[in-house]
Design a protein around this ligand. Structure first.
Ligand code: DX5
Ligand code: ZN
Length: 215
């Protein structure tokens, strides 16, 4: 059964409490929180302050996705705000191994995120150290984009790498996950599905989460 992580980015921010409570009532496992700085990605979203408020209401695991330059400057703040997982981009971390160890030393799960143009092989020397590989299936920055088909090959390659390196990392897919393509994403080897528009854009978000959970 897939782990399902609705992405709050697609929620109605005027009614954030209501949206978070909807996720509480659902079969979702994690709540995915997209932090964007307008530098690493062209968009700006929200930071630790919003996560702190969300944490007061949510009963789900907070999966924080940092799309920001020099993320290690903010690890402590995100931990304080309530992050359970911190995912950082391989593209933003020249000392990735050190940053991953730092997240784990704080008692959090550590994830490495990888952009669509970067090959699975880039993960080879870090995959045994991480808890999560966050595979971007769109270019990060915006919700509601189309799933990039090559991601399916990449998932299979990462799965192979995980076996070869004796890693216990979960493969999490982020971007363009729909009720139409989720089955083949899971069949390729994904363990976790992030879904923004598919959940919050639906007339029946609880039903959409239930459908994803069936996979
Ligand atoms: C994109 C974010 C995603 C986004 C996914 O940069 O990392 O988490 O919310 O949105 P959908 O599911 O709408 O593609
Ligand atoms: Zn994300």
């Amino acid at each position: 059964m897939a782990i399902v992580a609705p992405s709050l980015l697609a929620a109605d921010f005027l009614h954030l409490q209501h949206e978070v409570e909807m996720v509480n009532q659902s079969e979702a496992d994690w709540l995915h929180l997209d932090v964007m700085d307008g530098q690493f990605v062209p968009n700006i979203s929200f930071g630790p302050m919003v996560i702190e408020f969300v944490k007061k209401v949510t009963t789900k695991t907070c999966d924080v996705h940092l799309m920001i330059e020099e993320p290690s400057r903010y690890f402590e703040q995100f931990k304080k705000a309530g992050a359970d997982h911190i995912n950082i981009h391989i593209e933003t971390c020249p000392r990735l191994h050190q940053d991953i160890q730092q997240i784990k030393a704080m008692g959090l799960k550590a994830g490495v995120a990888i952009n669509p143009h970067n090959p699975a092989s880039l993960l080879s020397d870090i995959i045994a150290d991480v808890d999560i590989v966050l595979v971007m299936s769109v270019n990060p920055g915006f919700g509601g984009q189309q799933f990039i088909p090559n991601t399916l090959n990449k998932i299979r390659e990462i799965k192979k790498l995980i076996r070869e390196k004796g890693s216990s990392a979960l493969i999490n897919i982020d971007g363009g996950v729909t009720l139409g393509n989720a089955a083949e994403i899971v069949a390729a080897g994904a363990d976790v599905l992030v879904a923004g528009s598919t959940v919050f854009g639906s007339k029946d978000p609880l039903g959409a989460i239930r459908e994803l959970k069936k996979l």
